[in-house]
Design a protein around this ligand. Structure first.
Ligand SMILES: Cc1cc2nc3c(=O)[nH]c(=O)nc-3n(C[C@H](O)[C@H](O)[C@H](O)COP(=O)(O)OP(=O)(O)OC[C@H]3O[C@@H](n4cnc5c(N)ncnc54)[C@H](O)[C@@H]3O)c2cc1C
Length: 446
C-alpha cells in the first residue's frame, strides 16, 4: 500500500520510478486486509487512546486522511461512503481485490516500472548519502542507482529473530498474520547505515487466532480472528488472568499481552449470554467461535464452570487455578468492584454465569510492527546520532541535539515507527498518507 502510493505520488511529480516487490504477487498485506481505510476522527482522540506516539506524525495522519481518500478515488479506487469506526474514528471501506490492481495499473500507466520477485537487501551510499540499493532476484544481485530511495517493506513481523529480540521470547509460538515477505529488510538496511529507530519497538498490532491444530489460509485471517477477547475472561496456561481484557482500542491490546504469556497462548472464556452479544462493527462471539471449530481448533463447551475447568486440563491448565480465577472474577464484577481485581476489569464487566460455557484456546498473532524507523514530516529517515530515545527525553537537554536526515532516504507505511503503539491508528491510512508524503518529497528532493 505505502510503496504503490509513494510510487504514484512521485510519478505525478515527474520522477522516474522503479518499484521493487519481493513477493511473487502485488499488494503485500493490503491485499489480505479487510480494506477499511480509517483513523481517529480528531487529534484529541489520538492523545487519549495512543499516548507515547510521535504526536507530529500522528496529527499528520489524522489531518491528511480526508485529502488522501479523495486522491485515492482519483486514482480509480472504489470506496464506500464514510462510516464511523469504533466510536472514535471514521473511514471508508475499499475492496483490496479492486484497489491492488488499480494502484499497480496506475504506476504502469504513469510510466513507472515494477519488478516482481526482487528484494531490496542493502542501501548503497556515498559521502553519507544514499545512492541506490542492492537487490536480489532469482538470477542474483542487482545494483540500482537512484536519486532517492523510499523504504516501504511493511515492518519486521515476519522476522522471528527481530520479534524475539524486541517483542517476546515466545516469538516462535506466534502466528504471522500478514504477508510473509515483511521481514524487516527496510529496518535492517536503514539501521545498518545509521538510521534512528523509534521508542516502543516492542509494540505491534494483531488479533488472537484460534490455536493449532486449526488450519486456515491467509485469506481467512480476518474470519478466524477471535476479536471478542475484550468481552471474555482471558486466562494464561497457568490458569490466571494477566491483563484487563477490556482495555485499549480493541482486542489488539489483549493480543499484545498474550504474546508475553507462556507459548504466546491464552484461553478466551465466554458464557451463553456473551456468546450472543453484538457490538459495533463486530458480529457476536459465537460466529468467530463457530469458525474456530470449523477450522479444527481447540474449543471446549461445558454446562458448569467446574466441568469446563476440568476439561481444560487437556490443554495443560490446572483446574483448581482456573476455577479460582473464574470465581474471583465473577464475585468482583457482580459486586461492581471489577476495578479492584488484579489485573483490573474496567469495562464489559459481564459475569460468566449462563450455561453453556465455551473456552477457546488462542494464540497471539502479529499483523504489523508499530516501532520502526524515525522520520520527519517529509518522511526523511533521521540519523541515529541525532535520535531522541525515551531515556534522553527524561534526562537530557534536547537543545544539545541536532536533528539531521540521511540524504536521499525516505520511509513509508509500517517501516515508519511512532504512529501506532499499544493502540492502533489504522494500517491502510498510515500507509496511504505517509506513502503519498514520501513519494512527493522524494520526487522533489525535499
Ligand atoms: C487480515 C488483515 C486484515 C487487515 N485489515 C485492515 C483494515 O481493515 N484496515 C487497516 O487499516 N489495516 C488493515 N490491515 C493492515 C494493513 O493491511 C497494513 O497495515 C498495510 O497493508 C501496511 O502497508 P505497508 O505498505 O506498510 O505494507 P504492505 O501493504 O504489507 O506492503 C509491504 C510490501 O513490501 C514488500 N517487501 C517486503 N520486503 C521487501 C524487500 N526487501 N524488497 C521489496 N519488497 C519488499 C512485501 O512483499 C509487501 O508487498 C489488515 C492486515 C491483515 C493481514
Amino acid at each position: 500500500m505505502a510503496g504503490l502510493c509513494a510510487a504514484i505520488s512521485a510519478l505525478e511529480k515527474g520522477a522516474n520510478v522503479l518499484v521493487l516487490e519481493k513477493g511473487t504477487r502485488f499488494g503485500g498485506s493490503m491485499w489480505l486486509s479487510n480494506g477499511v481505510i480509517w483513523t481517529f476522527a480528531n487529534r484529541a482522540q489520538v492523545r487519549k487512546h495512543i499516548p507515547d506516539g510521535d504526536e507530529a506524525l500522528q496529527d499528520f495522519l489524522v489531518d491528511g486522511l480526508p485529502d488522501s481518500l479523495v486522491w485515492l478515488v482519483s486514482q480509480g479506487v472504489e470506496l464506500e461512503p464514510e462510516q464511523p469506526f469504533q466510536g472514535y474514528g471514521r473511514g471508508r471501506r475499499s475492496n483490496p481485490a479492486q484497489m491492488t490492481p488499480m494502484l499497480v495499473n496506475r504506476v504502469k500507466a504513469l510510466g513507472g516500472r515494477i519488478l516482481l520477485g526482487t528484494a531490496m537487501q542493502a542501501l548503497l551510499t556515498g559521502d553519507g548519502a544514499v545512492t541506490g540499493v542492492l537487490a536480489f532476484d532469482a538470477n542474483g544481485a542487482l545494483e540500482v542507482e537512484a536519486n532517492s530511495v523510499i523504504l516501504a517493506t511493511g515492518g519486521f513481523q515476519g522476522n522471528a529473530e527481530l520479534v524475539a529480540r524486541y517483542i517476546t521470547p515466545y516469538a516462535d509460538s506466534m502466528y504471522l498474520r500478514s504477508n510473509p515477505c515483511s521481514t524487516g529488510d527496510g529496518f535492517i538496511a536503514a539501521v545498518d547505515i545509521g538510521a534512528a529507530v523509534t521508542p516502543l519497538l516492542n509494540t505491534f498490532y494483531g488479533h488472537a487466532l484460534v490455536a493449532p491444530p486449526a488450519r486456515f489460509n491467509a485469506f481467512e485471517f480476518q474470519s478466524i480472528s477471535q476479536k471478542y477477547g475484550p468481552m471474555s475472561v482471558a486466562l494464561n496456561l497457568e490458569g490466571r488472568r494477566f491483563a484487563d481484557e477490556s482495555a485499549g482500542t480493541g482486542e489488539e491490546l489483549l493480543n499484545f499481552h498474550i504474546a508475553s504469556q507462556p507459548q504466546a497462548t491464552a484461553v478466551y472464556i465466554v458464557d451463553a449470554a456473551i456468546a450472543g452479544m453484538s457490538s459495533e462493527n463486530q458480529p457476536p462471539p459465537r460466529v468467530a467461535i463457530a469458525r474456530a471449530r470449523e477450522a479444527g481448533g481447540p474449543v471446549i463447551e461445558a454446562d458448569s464452570l467446574e466441568d469446563l475447568a476440568e476439561k481444560m486440563r487437556a490443554w495443560g491448565l490446572p483446574p483448581v487455578e482456573v476455577l479460582k480465577s473464574l470465581q474471583g472474577y465473577n464475585a468482583a464484577v457482580r459486586s461492581g468492584s471489577g476495578d479492584r481485581l488484579q489485573p483490573a476489569r474496567r469495562m464489559n464487566a459481564f459475569p460468566i454465569e449462563k450455561a453453556p460455557f465455551t473456552a477457546v484456546l488462542v494464540r497471539s498473532s502479529i499483523t504489523f510492527t508499530c516501532g520502526g524507523l524515525q522520520a520527519d514530516l517529509d518522511m526523511r529517515v533521521l540519523r541515529r546520532a541525532s535520535s531522541v530515545s525515551l531515556l534522553p527525553m527524561v534526562t537530557a537537554d534536547l537543545s544539545e541535539i541536532q536533528t539531521a536526515a540521511i540524504p536521499n532516504l525516505y520511509v513509508a507505511g509500517c517501516d515508519l515507527g511512532g504512529i501506532s503503539n499499544r493502540g492502533y491508528m489504522g494500517g491502510l491510512s498510515h500507509a496511504l498518507v505517509t506513502g503519498r508524503a514520501a513519494g512527493t518529497a522524494a520526487a522533489s528532493g525535499g
